[in-house]
Design a protein around this ligand. Structure first.
Ligand code: AHR
Length: 325
């Protein structure tokens, strides 16, 4: 099989891969012998972050000469499982995917392992206890992101008297970033008993979901002080709902989000969002490097954490002109 004969070649010439373009025959026997074939099962196109992530993976594959087979699961786990099975059938050299939810992957990952196809988790984790089912996990520390959001609020509310009512727009139910950002935020705000999450619901990481849920929150909950949205898009949807209700986002109701995509950063610079925790979607180059190593049979770290920062309105104004996504 292509993958096995390729291992010997790539061990000596990993760097030369960047010069190899073109299409392979999906890694099957008789396929081109100098091109890695990667099957990538993307979550969907639910957010600005996801669009930037997809672009990064596609451009990095092109630059590294990797033959990328790409599928969009439209935020459905069954579609991702189907895509992974099809990559196994096509005998790709490596599978990478960003799991829409954390649970329920063991069977298909075992199928990939039995077919001797290495798997790289990108962006999101799975909750499988058998870590031999994947080779590495490249992506953010979502608990840390939630903590940074909560710590900012604790500091910002230090001089406020009385209760601070927070509504939370959660990401996709069961997704690692939704679970972890909630956990990190709750841990951080526990430092101040005046801070209370009074409503929490999923907006599925979409702008329309954020708007719809925020409309309901505004009807049901008097005196909302703060929105904590698990991503920029839901925060931007919440801004529309807040403005439609005759309130001023960023002033009457403070908004904290995660991602720092251009639209979010623009709203931050305009003072409609108060604080953004960055989640970097530009994972493509690191993914291609890891893939080349994994296919070559080299050791890779079990976890590669993305470096990230946070932004205030002033910092957003400075960063926006050179923001890549
Ligand atoms: O998994 C990363 C998250 O997924 C991003 O924060 C969000 O915008 C996306 O949909």
């Amino acid at each position: 099989m292509f993958r096995k004969s390729f291992v010997a070649v790539i061990a000596a010439t990993t760097l030369a891969l960047t010069a190899c373009g073109g299409q392979s025959e999906a890694g099957g026997e008789g396929g081109s012998d100098d091109t890695i074939t990667m099957g990538f099962a993307q979550v969907g196109a639910e957010s600005g972050w996801r669009t930037a992530n997809t672009k990064s993976v596609q451009e990095a594959a092109e630059a590294a000469g990797v033959d990328l087979k790409f599928s969009d699961a439209q935020q459905k786990q069954e579609n991702q499982i189907k895509a992974i099975r099809s990559y196994i059938q096509q005998q790709v050299d490596v599978i990478a995917f960003s799991p829409v939810v954390e649970s329920g992957w063991d069977t298909v990952l075992k199928e990939a392992k039995d077919a001797d196809i290495p798997v790289i988790l990108t962006d999101r984790a799975v909750d499988s206890t058998d870590t031999s089912l994947y080779r590495t996990f490249l992506g953010s520390d979502f608990v840390e992101e939630g903590k940074k959001a909560g710590e900012w609020l604790v500091e910002d509310s230090a001089s406020t008297e009385g209760p601070v009512n927070i509504v939370e727009l959660q990401g996709t139910t069961g997704a690692a970033p939704a679970i972890d950002r909630k956990e990190g935020f709750e841990a951080a705000i526990a430092a101040d008993p005046d801070l209370e999450i009074v409503q929490s619901q999923t907006g599925d990481f979409t702008r329309s979901g954020g708007k719809q849920v925020m409309e309901a929150f505004l009807k049901n909950t008097p005196d909302i002080d703060v929105v904590y949205a698990h991503n920029d898009d839901m925060g931007l949807g919440a801004i529309e709902a807040i403005e439609a209700a005759g309130k001023v986002p960023g002033k009457d109701i403070k908004i904290i989000t995660v991602d720092a995509v251009k639209d979010g950063m623009t709203a931050l610079a305009e003072g409609k969002i108060n604080f953004i925790v960055e989640c970097n979607p530009l994972l493509g180059d690191q993914l291609m490097d890891l893939a080349a190593k994994v296919v070559a049979g080299e050791e890779v770290p079990a976890r590669v954490v993305t470096e990230e920062t946070t932004f205030t309105p002033e910092q957003a104004k400075e960063a926006l002109p050179s923001r890549e996504y």
